[in-house]
Design a binder for this molecule. Structure first.
Ligand code: LMR
Length: 334
């Protein structure tokens, strides 16, 4: 920011640069789908000032262009120098370093995420193969539901190494668990440490053996029945929002979660985030995408981190992987 609002040479107040990653950036992120989730993801990515360009892609080119222009108008407000474009095709977006796929249909009240599988597989498969041609070195982050199955589908459709195709759900589900736990007053949400693993759905696993609040075991701080209720509510949070909105699904937390993953990679942070990744024997799971703790770096997945889970937590994680595998088999057979 410059001009009348700020004295030349004066340091910028921190508030001017929320989430700033530095003065300007490099590289391009493409966000496919300029719906609500894509819009929030693009806003956070632009605002971070980490990339030189954020491109929104939507089959409704006017929507993509409109959101891009609206976001461009926030540059001085957000204190960023990111260029933002909106286009109609992945090809027009150009070669990207990171691609966030949000395209697809959201569920409506009463539907499960799995009900979207064949509709969204057609969309995600097409997008992923276009991304592979346009941006052969990109890292793909899938947001479309049903998340785990769509991530695996994007992996096979792109032909990318699995390290470069990740699914965003664990970051979202963990954030929900943190927020809901914070409502008990035990600690601030960002002082609660937890992992939401397994599937983004009924088989979500939040291993309480690993959860802490202000550094102490959460199980010592919150009664068991209350914790179980929080886990259940976190598992059903997507549906809870869908039920309230009546049309469309959650977008604030999903969009912010996707941006958070991309920024962790772009900053080469080595942060461990729960992500849908292809397991290669970790936790006794093989050859299926499932939510696991993943160390993220510039090129995508660096390693799957193995936590010391209790037996029932491990069993629940394996059940989640089995259910995802079954749904993928049903998709392949359809
Ligand atoms: C969410 O968890 O908010 C998303 O997966 C959208 C949905 O359908 O619940």
């Amino acid at each position: 920011p410059s001009g009348a609002l700020f004295r030349r040479g004066a340091p910028l107040p921190d508030a001017v640069r929320p989430g700033s990653g530095g003065a300007g950036g490099s590289g391009r992120v493409v966000v496919v789908g300029a719906g609500n989730v894509g819009m929030i993801a693009a806003m956070r990515l632009a605002d971070a000032d980490r990339f030189s360009e954020v491109v929104l892609v939507d089959i409704d080119e006017g929507r993509a262009a409109g959101v891009a222009l609206d976001l461009t108008h926030t540059a001085a407000l957000g204190g960023f120098d990111t260029r933002i474009r909106g286009v109609g095709t992945v090809e027009e977006a150009g070669q990207a370093d990171y691609v966030v796929i949000t395209a697809g249909k959201p569920r409506t009240p009463g539907m499960s995420r799995s009900d979207l599988i064949s509709t969204n597989a057609a969309i995600v498969g097409d997008v992923a193969s276009r991304v592979a041609r346009t941006s052969p070195r990109a890292v793909i982050v899938v947001v479309t539901n049903p998340l785990d199955e769509m991530t695996q589908h994007a992996w096979t459709s792109s032909g990318f190494p699995s390290e470069r195709v990740l699914g965003m759900a664990g970051v979202l589900d963990t954030a929900r668990f943190q927020a809901l736990t914070a409502l008990t007053g035990v600690a601030r949400a960002d002082r609660i440490q937890a992992w939401a693993l397994g599937s983004h759905g009924e088989e979500m696993v939040i291993p309480l053996s690993q959860a802490t609040a202000d550094g102490r075991p959460l199980r010592d701080a919150v009664p068991a029945a209350e914790l179980d209720a929080i886990v259940d509510r976190a598992r059903g949070s997507g549906a809870e929002v869908v039920g309230l909105l009546k049309s469309g699904s959650a977008f604030m937390a999903p969009g912010m979660s996707a941006a958070r993953m991309v920024l962790a990679m772009a900053r080469d942070s080595g942060e461990v985030m729960p992500s849908a990744v292809l397991a290669h024997g970790q936790y006794g799971i093989r050859d299926v995408y499932v939510g696991l703790p993943a160390r993220l770096g510039r090129g995508g997945l660096q390693e799957i981190v193995e936590l010391d889970l209790e037996q029932d937590e491990l069993a629940a994680l394996r059940t989640a992987a089995d259910r995802i595998r079954e749904r993928l088999a049903e998709l392949a057979a359809a």
